[in-house]
Design a protein around this ligand. Structure first.
Ligand code: FAD
Length: 439
């Protein structure tokens, strides 16, 4: 029975059930919440956004293929039918494990069990200049910034007869040949081909350049060699320049330099070259973190040295022989860890033995453009149009919310049939300083 006594900070009633606080309503946090929905626990989910973001489709928001609303879902709606669940819009600033307390921008609160499901943030590897001048695509507001900037660059390019400047405005440098960089490069190339000549007939859009820069010797390095090779062929077919074994060194907002002799003058650099775990103060001591700023956990997702604190998803670093740097920072491991932890928390409360997390790798995929995708499954690897349909189906399946699925599906059919991307809107202008290009 659920007994109200007095209210705690954040107006969460005291309960006879243990209080589990989940920080983060991403893939891991939501999957954990679902697993706990019918259990005898009080759950408080905290997130700095009131929505869940489907990050795999952020690049489509940046390139006008989808409206941002169709890849976001209200967290309160996910939890609405779950008894003893609470949501608070809060930015968690610090964890105080010795007092079982969290400090947030809306006050402090105590927990019995804490789950860190805070995901990851962009990793600039200490390069402050790129952090200041580059664009990123880790959240919906950032994707909208990028969408605005891309379109603003073309509007600016129309205003000048200086060919050199125009070329820089139409030069897009994407750093990082992982799925995000590859998908964004492919989408930009399709815009160049299908949209720009119609929207900007008075601009020579054949001069638009899309440069994908990868430090290693192949793109999509987490996938099979066959998938990497095919993805590179697809990109080249679309007119993307792929630069391998090239490490970007600096970007002052105008000039991209690399550790080889290559450099680009470009108004846009998109940094898609790395993420790191979003650890929070109090759980960020050096001895608690593994490579990539991920919080070290054991095979039950329990933070090392803290019996009642757990971490799941991108922020969790579970070092195993097969995964020496932790599981891939992807949606599948995050969801599976959330689910397994939900079960384990119930076992823990019932004094039953915990079940170690075993990752069921269902494969990976990336799309490069219309009819072009690569899919690696355990037994079968394929590329091309069938892979593209599989990619679409899987993404629709994992999107949260029936409305979102319908809207995304309709948009994709419309875009496919009409060769269009109607969300190419500068709703919230991005304030880019173009003066440095006008010297
Ligand atoms: C552009 C892009 C494309 C991607 N494409 C793919 C793909 O195709 N396939 C794939 O499998 N994976 C992809 N990923 C990776 C995938 O999205 C992540 O691995 C996954 O989201 C991790 O889930 P998570 O629950 O750990 O974190 P997230 O989903 O990032 O959720 C973390 C949540 O925590 C909240 N939060 C963080 N810090 C705080 C705080 N201090 N206080 C309060 N709330 C906080 C955030 O607001 C967020 O809601 C992509 C990622 C990006 C950025």
């Amino acid at each position: 029975m659920f007994i109200f006594t007095f209210m705690s900070a954040m107006n969460i009633p005291k309960s006879s059930f243990p209080r589990i606080i989940i920080i983060g309503g991403g893939f891991a946090g939501i999957s954990l919440a679902k697993e706990l929905s019918k259990k005898e626990v009080q759950v408080l989910l905290l997130d700095k956004n009131n929505y869940h973001t489907f990050q795999p489709l952020l690049y489509q928001v940046s390139t006008g293929g989808l409206e941002p609303d169709s890849i976001a879902y209200p967290i309160r709606k996910v939890l609405k039918d779950y008894p003893n669940f609470f949501f608070r819009l809060a930015n968690v600033e610090e964890v105080n494990p010795s007092k079982n307390e969290l400090i947030t921008n809306i006050g402090a609160i105590n927990y019995d069990y804490l789950v860190m499901a805070t995901g990851s943030e962009t990793n600039f590897f200490g390069n402050k200049e790129i952090e200041k001048n580059g664009m990123v695509m880790k959240s919906i507001p950032e994707s909208l910034n990028l969408r605005s900037l891309i379109l603003e660059n073309f509007e600016q390019a129309l205003l000048t007869d200086d060919l050199h400047l125009r070329d820089a405005l139409m030069n897009f440098v994407i750093v990082g040949g992982g799925p995000t960089g590859v998908e964004l490069a492919g989408a930009l190339a399709e815009i160049k081909k299908g949209i720009l000549p119609k929207d900007y007939p008075d601009l020579d859009t054949r001069r638009v350049q899309i440069n994908l820069v990868q430090s290693g010797d192949r793109i999509l390095k987490e996938m099979s060699e066959k998938a990497s090779k095919k993805a590179e062929d697809f990109l080249e077919e679309l007119g993307v320049q792929v630069w391998k074994n090239t490490r970007v060194k600096s970007y002052d907002g105008k000039l991209v330099t690399t550790q080889t002799d290559l450099s680009f003058e470009a108004a846009t650099l998109v940094w898609a070259a790395g993420v790191k775990g979003a650890a929070i103060k109090g759980l960020d001591a050096e001895e608690l973190l593994m490579r990539g700023n991920r919080i070290k956990v054991n095979e039950f997702n329990q933070v090392i040295g803290h019996e009642n604190i757990f971490a799941v998803g991108d922020v969790a670093g579970m070092e195993l022989p097969d995964y020496p740097s932790g599981h891939p920072m992807m949606a599948q491991p995050a969801m599976q860890q959330g689910k397994n932890l939900g079960k384990n928390l119930t076992y823990l409360l019932g004094n039953k033995p915990l079940k170690p997390f075993i990752y069921n790798d269902k494969g990976s995929m990336a799309t490069i453009g219309r009819n072009k995708a690569v899919v690696d499954l355990d037994a079968y690897k394929f590329q091309g149009i069938f892979a593209w349909f599989v990619w679409m189906f899987v993404h629709l399946f994992f999107l949260i919310g029936f409305r979102n699925r319908m809207i995304v599906f309709i948009n994709w059919v419309y875009n496919y049939v009409r060769f269009d991307r109607e969300a190419r809107l500068i709703i919230r202008p991005y304030k880019r300083d173009y003066t440095m290009f006008k010297d």
